[in-house]
Design a protein around this ligand. Structure first.
Ligand code: FAD
Length: 473
């Protein structure tokens, strides 16, 4: 039988190789290090962690990434098994001894009878006669391969930098201050005329806000990122603020075409707009707010915006070198490139973010490739699980703003960590024993508990092929 080829032995490629090999199929894993280096890796080990040694929270009852850990463990994840075996103390987080971790992943793959590792750069599209192939070459995909993929997908569908605006959980926005309205009530294709959430500022608030953006501490580009271009249309918000006190008021914060129903007689001096970010309507992104402010500064400064005082952020802003596809348009539900289905993508190049998420997408890409090679079809993952929510975001859950398509603006699919905003809302809000409506932290904790319980039930049913308990929700 033909082996399945996997290009890239990082977090995603290593996990995908393990899944295929454990399923009884042979794998050829092509990894370019040490023949060719990247700007961030320092070793020739597989699954090298290029920066932090943390897999983030390990709390499977209150945290989406903790739940993802648990789901991956139940699907025989090599990355999770190895992380557990190489843990270092880190409170509620799962952190690992990075060298021990990478060495153990490398050994597990080298010793596996179904896996052959070839140390070479795949410097163009994989040859057709390889058949089923998974590309998992990461945010620093080698230029020759990136070039070839860009030619295949169309240049505009492969980004080399992300420009991330913060994303806020809709239910943390104060609707006593914010309101829904599109500028001039314009309803684009698929729009209602009330597609944006608007947060008003008076002059004093605006001036203080601009000053805070300029003074706020920024993250530096890494040396090799120094050539990161600022594209017109996605300049960091603080760079715009530095251009003059009026720049933001005439740019993303312009107050025209909008009337504040909470205060109709007073014209706002500036307005922050948030736009729906996922099909579920649970997440909203801050339009034009891509930024290099440090994360803690973003939370502090953006919570001064009226209506966002208690905002919970599903993702904070950033700007990095990052190779990733416009996956919702390009990939099918099993991560295959629609234009060339023998190619699958996995890991950060699909537009997920983070070590754990990259490995999770690798896990599913491996399982999809394996099922296909065996002539089987995997039932779709329940969207109520962390794995399903993540794959759903990548392959179709993201909504494009109608007027962006009209303006030919830069597409808005941006990398994302797993978070509860990607999960379908609960059919019923949980209540405590007294049956009272809950508020604040108690409500948030019970909601997370209910979401994680629902995910566990649905994943268990999916794994045994049963009808999903929450399919009707
Ligand atoms: P990688 O782990 O990068 O694996 C891709 C592999 O493909 C590499 O081994 C590479 O050598 C190989 N490769 C590339 N091109 C070719 C080719 N043409 N032929 C053969 N092999 C090739 N995430 C976190 O959760 N925490 C962090 O602290 C963190 N810090 C980061 C810091 C930086 C500088 C970067 C760039 C990313 C960071 N990330 C972090 C994000 C991301 O989760 C990691 O990059 C993660 O390793 C991505 O997994 P991956 O498998 O998709 O890619």
């Amino acid at each position: 039988t033909n082996p399945i080829h996997i290009v890239g032995g990082g977090l995603a490629g290593s996990e995908a190789a393990w899944q295929v090999a454990q399923g009884g199929r042979t794998v050829v894993l092509h990894e370019m290090r040490p023949v060719r280096a990247t700007d961030a890796h320092h070793t020739d080990g597989l699954a090298e962690l290029v920066c932090s040694n943390s897999f983030r929270s390990d709390d499977a009852n209150g945290n989406a990434v903790g739940l993802l850990h648990q789901e991956m463990r139940s699907l025989d994840s090599l990355i999770m098994r190895t992380a557990d075996a190489h843990q270092v103390p880190a409170g509620g987080a799962l952190a690992v001894d990075r060298e021990g971790f990478s060495r153990a992943v490398t050994a597990a793959l080298e010793e596996h009878p179904n896996i052959t590792i070839v140390r070479e750069e795949v410097a163009g599209l994989p040859p057709e006669d390889w058949g089923s192939t998974i590309l998992a070459t990461g945010p620093l995909t080698s230029p020759a391969l990136a070039e070839a993929v860009g030619t295949l997908t169309g240049r505009e569908s492969l980004a080399f930098f992300d420009a991330i605006a913060p994303i806020v959980h809709r239910d943390s926005i104060d609707m006593g201050k914010a309101w829904f309205q599109s500028r001039y009530d314009k309803a684009g294709p698929g729009g209602t005329g009330a597609d944006y959430l608007n947060c008003p500022m008076d002059r004093e608030q605006y001036e203080a806000f601009v000053a805070a953006l300029i003074a706020g501490e920024k993250t530096a580009f890494k040396e090799w990122e120094a050539s990161t271009p600022y594209f017109d249309g996605c300049l960091p918000i603080e760079v715009m603020a530095e251009r003059g006190p009026e720049t933001l008021r005439h740019g993303p914060m312009k107050p025209v075409g909008l009337t504040n129903p909470h205060n109709p007689t007073v014209k706002a001096y500036a307005i922050v707009q948030l736009r729906q970010d996922n099909a579920l309507g649970t997440l909203f992104n801050m339009v034009g707010f891509q930024t290099k402010l440090r994360h803690a500064e973003q939370v502090r400064v953006f919570r001064t915006i009226p209506g966002l005082e208690n905002a919970e952020f599903a993702r904070l802003g950033g700007l990095h070198r990052n190779t990733y596809l416009d996956s919702p348009r390009l990939l099918d539900a099993t991560l295959r490139l629609k234009a060339r289905p023998q190619l699958r993508f996995a890991g950060q190049i699909t537009g997920c973010e983070g070590y754990v998420e990259s490995a999770a997408v690798g896990l599913m890409a491996g399982r999809y490739a394996l099922a296909e090679a065996e002539g089987q079809t995997l039932a779709p993952l329940p969207p109520t699980t962390a794995l399903g929510a993540l794959i759903g975001h990548i392959t179709g859950g993201h909504v494009e703003a109608p007027e962006e398509a009209e303006r030919n603006a830069p597409r808005s699919f941006q990398p994302m960590n797993v978070n509860f905003g990607l999960f379908p809302p609960l059919a019923q809000m949980p209540r405590n024993e007294t049956g009272k409506r809950l508020r604040g932290p108690e409500k948030a904790a019970l909601k997370k508990r209910a979401l994680t319980d629902r995910a566990r039930e649905d994943l268990a049913a999916w794994m045994t092929g049963e009808r999903l308990p929450h399919a009707a929700e």
